[in-house]
Design a protein around this ligand. Structure first.
Ligand SMILES: O=P(O)(O)OC[C@H]1O[C@H](O)[C@H](O)[C@@H](O)[C@@H]1O
Length: 430
């Protein structure tokens, strides 16, 4: 059973917060937006109840895990990497590329076109035991293809000219694109990125399901959590908190000029989830001069870095705390220095307790200062809760797109930079 709750009391009950009449006034448009989403059933809304991608991903994952693979390099960027990274960071050991804690290979993400990161991956993998999963919906993203060509070369050197072919998975458009052509030409194992699913909405397609299954996560539970969310939205419509949250964040931006949405996660394990959400919200809504700016932050760390700005800087932000009630591990603080009142008081508590207390303290300080804030609370870090939450945020983003009057599924603004890059790199036709 998914355990994810949304608490908006501090958006409503603080000075300068939203008023019931504003929400009532927006309610008809919100209802139309969610009804439209449920009628239209865009690709991402169907993924939780689609088994074919799960089964295909599980089959390939089993092939990889049973091959005795030592390393699995996921090559992708944007929506082809942030979702898998978010799941991996949330649910696996924090140092998984050293300590695979669920058996199977160590996972590595070649995402940015950064020679330091890529060289670092080449330093640590054993090419003889490595599989590479190259993920690109368009089939030609420069960073992804550059990283793939380098990893491919390392595998070819270790395994013979074509040895890499047996260790390469191509996750891409099932019908078109250069990677599809390479996969056909070289008979690579392929997994589909459904054409009707946009990259930033694709985490519950093979884009996220394969790396999750390779790392021993329960991919089926991811979908079950997401399916539960869809079910609840079908039952509750505009009353569902994730949908209501779309209206609240929209109003905070458009009627309070709080046009920065800070997702402050009180768990290092959720830091990549915030990065995944930043792409989802920014790239879906930032069009026609509209859209609020999402920003990832980590608690307690950013209490010592940005909280001053949130408390006393320009009042242009909404802070959204994401916390986990029961983290899977905790650490006792041992007794020492009891004579020093500034240190001894910590003895006997746990580090997780301190994290929770500081999270509450931040929430309360913000509220008492009249700084609107919301809380998303996960009962635990589980595949079901992550699947539920990611689906909920995707739904919230799609509904917000309708409220803003923008198409949340395209990203025309990124093309100009690509054209310049292709021209500078000598791609024919640019
Ligand atoms: O999956 P790909 O086609 O390689 O695209 C990777 C990313 O780059 C594109 O430029 C878009 O900004 C993103 O929405 C997309 O997720």
């Amino acid at each position: 059973m998914a355990d994810v709750t949304f608490d908006y009391r501090n958006l409503l009950e603080v000075e300068g917060g939203l008023e019931e009449r504003e929400l009532q006034k927006l309610s008809p448009r919100l209802g139309e937006a969610v009804d439209g989403l449920l009628d239209e059933q865009p690709g991402f809304m169907r993924l939780p109840r689609t088994r074919e991608y799960l089964e295909a991903s599980l089959e390939v994952a089993e092939k990889i895990r049973s091959s005795g693979a030592t390393d699995f390099v996921h090559v992708g960027i944007g929506g082809s990497a942030l979702g898998p990274m978010a799941l991996h960071r949330a649910l696996n050991h924090p140092f998984y590329n050293l300590l695979p804690d669920r058996g199977g290979p160590r996972l590595h993400f070649a995402e940015n076109a950064d020679p330091m990161t890529l060289s670092g991956i080449l330093d640590v993998i054993d090419p003889k035991g490595t599989w590479v999963n190259v993920v690109t919906k368009s089939g030609s993203t420069a960073e992804t293809m550059a990283n793939f060509l380098v990893i491919r070369g390392a595998l070819a050197e270790a395994l013979g000219d074509f040895g890499y072919q047996a260790r390469t998975v191509a996750t891409t458009d099932p019908e078109k694109g250069f990677l599809k052509r390479i996969a056909d030409r070289e008979d690579l194992v392929t997994l589909p990125i459904p054409q009707e699913v946009g990259g930033r909405f694709s985490v519950l397609s093979p884009v996220g399901l394969l790396p999750a299954a390779v790392a021993g996560l329960d991919a089926e539970a991811l979908l079950a959590g997401a399916a539960r969310c869809v079910e609840e939205v079908e039952e509750q419509g505009a009353e569902h908190p994730a949908v209501a949250g779309a209206a609240m964040h929209y109003l905070m931006d458009t009627s309070r000029n709080r046009n920065i949405r800070v997702m402050m996660v009180y768990a290092d394990a959720l830091e990549r989830l915030a990065a995944w959400f930043v792409q989802l919200w920014a790239e879906s809504l930032g069009k026609g001069g509209k859209g609020s700016t999402p920003h990832g932050a980590v608690g307690t760390t950013d209490q010592h870095s940005q909280l001053q700005l949130y408390m006393e800087g320009p009042q242009d932000k909404v802070i959204e705390i994401v916390e986990v009630r029961n983290l899977p591990r905790d650490v006792e603080i041992p007794g020492a220095y009891e004579d020093l009142e500034g240190v001894g008081y910590l003895s006997g508590h746990t580090v997780g307790e301190l994290l929770g207390v500081e999270c509450d303290a931040t929430r309360r300080a913000l509220a008492e200062a009249g700084r609107p804030n919301a809380t998303i609370r996960l009962g635990s870090l589980s595949e079901e809760n992550l699947g539920y939450l990611m689906q909920a945020l995707e739904i919230q983003t799609a509904v917000a797109g309708t409220l803003y009057g923008v198409n949340p599924y395209d990203q025309p603004g990124v093309e100009a930079g690509k054209r310049i890059t292709y021209r500078r790199m000598g791609r024919p036709g640019y």
